[in-house]
Design a protein around this ligand. Sequence first.
Ligand code: NAD
Ligand code: WQD
Length: 342
Amino acid sequence: MKVLVTGGCGYIGSHTIVDLINNGFDVVSVDSNIRSSTQLLEGVEKITGKKVRNYKVDLCNLEDTHAVFHENRDIVGVIHFAALKTVPESVAEPLLYFHNNLTSLTNVLKCVKEFNIPNLVFSSSCSVYGNTTALPVVEETPLGEAQSPYARTKQMGEQIIEDYSRVNSTQSILLRYFNPVGAHPSALIGELPLGKPDNLVPVITQTAIGKIPKLTVFGHNYDTRDGSCIRDYIYVMDIANAHTRALQYLIDKKNTTNCEVFNLGTGNGVTVLEAIKAFEKISGVKLNYELGPDRPGDVIAIYANNTKAKSKLGWEPKTGIEDMMRTAWQWEVALRDRVLNN
Ligand code: NAD
Ligand code: WQD
């Protein structure tokens, strides 16, 4: 069975392709490489022994997107990862985000409709919940005000797919990821932030390796157990496996409605200081960090209730924060060694 993965050259897309191939799927990727290169697909090939074709196509171009679907009309489904995802950039460039993330989605849906593709899985985000205080977050928790144009593209993306699914036969799943981190245990693929990273785990590993001089903990007087923010860090290979399960669930026609939503988190909240301690423990590196001011717009605490994904998809996040940090660190070290050896 063949699957079309959009954004397959990116962080979560590449890890998901590994899991799909390990579970017997054939995969083709569409990625314009606007935020990536083919480096991770080369890693996928080394891990799986399978070459994955990437169509270097901008999904905002309907004609080119149509051509890819035409050539791959035998696919059982689409997993749509392709999007821009940097929150501060979306604040500075809202039109870029609305254009890219929503035009690409509607173009994919137009092709899904025309070629009668039965199944669709969409990358959503816990950012759709906004600044919620009802914890842990369940799928029915009302969506709060989006805190950024990026988050708004995810809310709108979900609504577009819900409206589409109401009147078309495609079966869809919206997966709301919490904070995906870590790398494949082979250290052949991992997160490749462009420029200076914003997310905590790449900031930790890049500080430890010396690319960033010092990490600032954003906020230490919050009403949490140690004063720093709480997040639900979820291992990228666990996230990847949820996609394979979501697709299989649709193929097996186990869904009860045309569009279902699932939270993908561990259910455990971890503070920034606990994440740093976990990293220091597994790496043996003393991290250079300071306690700094709050980051504007930060949610104080958010973590998932993941009961629905566990019970309906049979999914089980298996990886704890230390192993997530270990793989992230091995990946950072592998990146450095590759540079040194070249
Ligand atoms: P990523 O940037 O590593 O991968 C996204 C890929 O999509 C990139 O390779 C990029 O080149 C491609 N792309 C973007 N716009 C495109 C277009 N118009 N046409 C073709 N390709 C295009 O990001 P990721 O972390 O792998 O995220 C994947 C998805 O998961 C995104 O939709 C993101 O919003 C969502 N998500 C990510 C996180 C996270 O923390 N990483 C959390 C929640 C949701
Ligand atoms: C985690 C915690 C920071 C960096 C973002 C997006 C969200 C989703 C996931 C896509 C926070 C703290 C961070 C640093 C720090 N992405 N931190 N020092 O903000 O939960 O979510 O990524 O959908 O939409 O908003 O993730 O990794 O940036 O931050 O103290 O240098 O680490 O304050 O508490 P966040 P993050």
